[in-house]
Design a protein around this ligand. Structure first.
Ligand SMILES: Cc1cc2nc3c(=O)[nH]c(=O)nc-3n(C[C@H](O)[C@H](O)[C@H](O)COP(=O)(O)OP(=O)(O)OC[C@H]3O[C@@H](n4cnc5c(N)ncnc54)[C@H](O)[C@@H]3O)c2cc1C
Length: 203
């Protein structure tokens, strides 16, 4: 059994997941079982047995805060962030929304075209991409990791609602930087693609 985040907005006549094909981390190790099965063997029309959607990582659109909404994703962690972004754009057309997506490089960046298009359509949305393996810097593209200094340069105020999702080193770093900034737990929302204790334990 594997977990996959819903990546489309709520209220659609379908549920959507977006799956990264997990390649072997090194030679002579197996590739990811379920992700490759979904890519290679599952076709439209097949029936899969799945559990109902569950979890706490979503945007509660009944909470009408004025604070900026800061959505931080690394790699495939963009999937629940996409759902939150789509909900936010519909529910809060005037609220400042910042998206930062960290990936290795442009070639492996999911949803880039979609996010660019959304930023073109919505004046309240700014999107920035951070490539750790290099790329051509432009207005919204830069090379490096998502650090506190980098974020500070994009934020209009630290007092924001933060939603973040990605692999462990990214999550640990963002979580601890936000704690240092004194961001209250009520303004930090995250989905860890693993047990939560690992995040809190890590220094
Ligand atoms: C809450 C949550 C939400 C998630 N949402 C998403 C999502 O939206 N999209 C998404 O793509 N993923 C998501 N994931 C991750 C997903 O659940 C799976 O973990 C992921 O798809 C890998 O599963 P797999 O069966 O392909 O790999 P597995 O078979 O579980 O293997 C995992 C990794 O280990 C490697 N490996 C396997 N066997 C060995 C071995 N013997 N030695 C060394 N390495 C080995 C594989 O190559 C692979 O890289 C989410 C996880 C959680 C917990």
């Amino acid at each position: 059994m594997r977990n996959y985040s819903l990546s489309d907005m709520p209220g659609q006549p379908h549920f959507r997941i977006s799956v990264k094909r997990e390649m072997p981390p090194e030679a002579n190790t197996p590739q990811g079982y379920v992700s490759n099965l979904l890519h290679d063997a599952v076709e439209p029309g097949h029936t899969l047995q799945i559990a109902p959607p569950c979890g706490e990582f979503f945007l509660d659109v009944t909470e009408k805060h004025e604070r900026p909404l800061v959505l931080l994703a690394a790699g495939v962690g963009i999937t629940p962030i996409m759902s939150i972004l789509l909900s936010a754009l519909e529910a809060f057309p005037k609220r400042e929304i910042l998206v930062v997506h960290a990936v290795l490089n442009e070639d492996v960046q999911p949803f880039r075209k979609t996010v660019n298009e959304l930023a073109r359509q919505h004046a309240n949305l700014r999107a920035y991409y951070r490539y750790s393996e290099g790329g051509s810097p432009s207005d919204n593209v830069s090379v490096g990791f998502v650090t506190a200094e980098y974020l500070e340069g994009l934020l209009s105020s630290r007092d924001a609602d933060y939603y973040f999702c990605g692999p462990q080193p990214f999550m640990v770093s963002i979580y601890h930087e936000l704690l240092k900034w004194g961001i209250p737990a009520s303004q930090m929302h995250f989905e860890f693609f693993g047990p939560r204790q690992e995040l809190e334990r890590a220094a």
